[in-house]
Design a protein around this ligand. Structure first.
Ligand SMILES: [Fe+2]
Length: 280
């Protein structure tokens, strides 16, 4: 069996139907990579993989990035199960792409649902290629001249307006310095996407009110239903998102409900860039 596909929405998300062997032996990996770049989110349902199989599947698509000493991270709000990730759960309720502080942000993440929340806990994705492409040409050209300062502290303060010293030691700008990226990512394919997120603190060179208004306007575009896919998790689901052409966020859920996803991050293969500019 090769595979068949069904789009989840017109602009973002595709379900892929195939057998487990085809996922694990790499025979359709290059097709899936192309589909991921085009569709932003790929869903594989009903495979019930183990951690080892998830890692093997992810390894056909790219290179697992070791984080905190492991290639597979437990995404859980239970501090006993996932002491580091649990600290960030509420911050993930706001749109972001992963690794804003890196020149090579993750290419993609491969998530597998182990335990789902009884209410909330869906993951939403917005297509940042489509948001950019649909803007008027003059606006696209203007945005192409701008950069944006991304900061973990900016997004975390939306969840924790009065952080403790401990929290600031984890994600304050003293611990994770802010980074400046172009607002428009010129990909090696020739396509362009917006580098958006609630991580953006400011647009350098613009007065504060103008900068805030522009950031909010662009983030509001991401709320339009045509750019969004909301994933309702089922146990066993495997979902991959292109971290270079989408933003994501989690719908709030009961932090004590036991929701747990296992994640393999694929190392970035392409630096954030725009012509004539270097990411700082
Ligand atoms: Fe994330």
């Amino acid at each position: 069996m090769k595979f068949t596909t069904a789009d989840l929405t017109p602009l973002i998300g595709t379900a892929v139907v195939t057998d487990r062997d085809s996922l694990l032996d790499g025979s359709i990996a290059s097709d899936l990579r192309m589909l991921l770049e085009q569709r932003g989110v790929l869903l594989f349902r009903g495979h019930d993989m183990t951690d080892e199989e998830q890692l093997r599947f992810a390894g056909t698509l790219g290179t697992a990035r070791n984080e905190h000493g492991t290639d597979i991270t437990k995404v859980s709000s239970d501090k006993a199960r996932s002491p580091i990730f649990a600290e960030y759960t509420e911050g993930t309720y706001f749109f972001h792409f992963d690794d804003t502080y890196m020149e090579y942000p993750a290419l993609a993440s491969v998530l597998r649902a182990r335990t789902v929340a009884p209410a909330g806990g869906q993951t939403e994705f917005a297509n940042t290629y489509a948001i950019y492409t649909d803007l008027p040409a003059g606006e696209r050209d203007y945005l192409d001249t701008l950069q944006a300062v991304h900061s973990q502290e900016t997004i975390q303060r939306k969840a924790f307006p009065d952080p403790t010293d401990w929290q600031l030691s984890l994600w304050g700008e003293g611990a994770i310095p802010a980074t400046t990226h172009p607002l428009v990512w010129h990909h090696r394919t020739g396509r362009k996407s917006l580098l958006l997120g609630e991580t953006i603190r400011a647009i350098p060179g613009l007065p504060r009110d103008e900068s805030d208004a522009l950031i909010r306007k662009l983030l509001n575009l991401a709320e339009r239903p045509e750019y969004l896919y909301r994933h309702e998790w089922q146990v066993g689901d495997i979902l991959i998102w292109d971290n270079t052409g989408t933003m994501h966020r989690v719908v709030p859920f009961d932090l004590d409900c036991g929701r747990e996803l296992h994640r393999v991050k694929l190392a970035g293969e392409e630096p954030i860039r725009a012509p004539g500019r270097v990411s700082a």
